[in-house]
Ligand binder design. Sequence first.
Ligand SMILES: Nc1ncnc2c1ncn2[C@@H]1O[C@H](COP(=O)(O)OP(=O)(O)OP(=O)(O)O)[C@@H](O)[C@H]1O
Ligand SMILES: [Mg+2]
Length: 391
Amino acid sequence: MIVAGKQGISIYTPHTHNNVKPPFVPNFLPSVTPEDIKEALKQVKYPGFSRDIVSFGLVRSAAFVDGTAKVSLHLTTSDAKIPLHVKQEVDKCLRALPGVKDTIIDIAVAPARTASAPGGNLGGNSAAPKTIKYAVAIASGKGGVGKSTFAVNLACALSQLLAAQGRPGRVGLMDCDIYGPSVPLMMGIDGRPQVEGDNLLPLENHGVKVMSMGFLVDDNTPVVWRGPMIMKTIQQFVQNVKWGELDILLVDLPPGTGDAQLSLVQTLPLDGAVLVTTPQPAATNVARKGGLMFQKVNVPLLGVAENMSYFLDPSGARHAIFGEGGGQKTADSLGTVLLGQVPLIPDIRAGGDAGKPIVVSSPESPASRIFRDIGDAILLQLSRKPMPATS
Ligand SMILES: Nc1ncnc2c1ncn2[C@@H]1O[C@H](COP(=O)(O)OP(=O)(O)OP(=O)(O)O)[C@@H](O)[C@H]1O
Ligand SMILES: [Mg+2]
């Protein structure tokens, strides 16, 4: 029996009653399932990116009927060449599958967002630097899920991706955790920022410009922060730090959905937020609340990143220590995508403690590739917005 499509269309069902012989179906006819088609389409990269169209979530359906592979795709672009190119590549890939004689490829194209679309946030503060193309918050809701680890590795991955496009040194990382800033340690930066006029100069390592309260206060000095001070710090990090020309500024937020988050959206018009969560409900429930908060203030969710998704033991076996599917569920419930799943591995922890994120120390490791794929996905989503002019 050949089955096609989600509904399971039965092309041939043998029945032996009434002495009617079933039609002859050669048993060597290859059977192609929707999963086979999706698996094959993973070879098709989105033009200009190293990530494939399946992991970008662009394939809506796949089916195989009578030798014809049918797929439908959904693209958001204003560049007419992209759907054309994708169609040709998909066609080539499907025809390479044994048993596929013909293809039907439907591509729905939505235009990229226009300048009047949301994403401007609560206050839309005009004092935000015009040299920063995109500002993206890394948020979690629950503490300790690996948000800073994720932000640091993502920043390094973005720096590598942009450098490969001839745009080095255009990634910034703003550590808004004023209670326990961990970014300086994780980025291997120890020092005081220089002052230039009214401005602070960010410190730089691994191709990323960094500003953190950790550079400004002594490690051993207890600091009692009050709400208004958080607001002031964030404002200064946005307005009085000479970031220079950046393609993307990542903002590592402290956990929660409180003062810091709201101050940030009032101070810096965010182009998007990425939610980091671990798979278990204790974390995803809070991450969802964080996601809803961003949506309420018109910050588009770029997606959910699941951290500590699985533990790979030395034999390569996978263990779902914190359960499975939480990241996808969170993404689904917020109407956004799962950007990727980062494994729980000692090298990631060690990289953070040594100031050399895994993306820098082992750029070809599977985990580093996952961070770069997530970086690609974020750049793609941002590119769907019109590029604001830089000064
Ligand atoms: N994928 C991972 N594999 C192994 N260790 C990890 C991973 N992600 C994070 N860690 C480790 O877990 C600990 C907590 O991570 P991190 O400080 O990044 O979390 P956080 O969400 O930023 O915490 P906070 O809420 O305090 O800001 C760190 O020691 C880090 O090295
Ligand atoms: Mg942190």
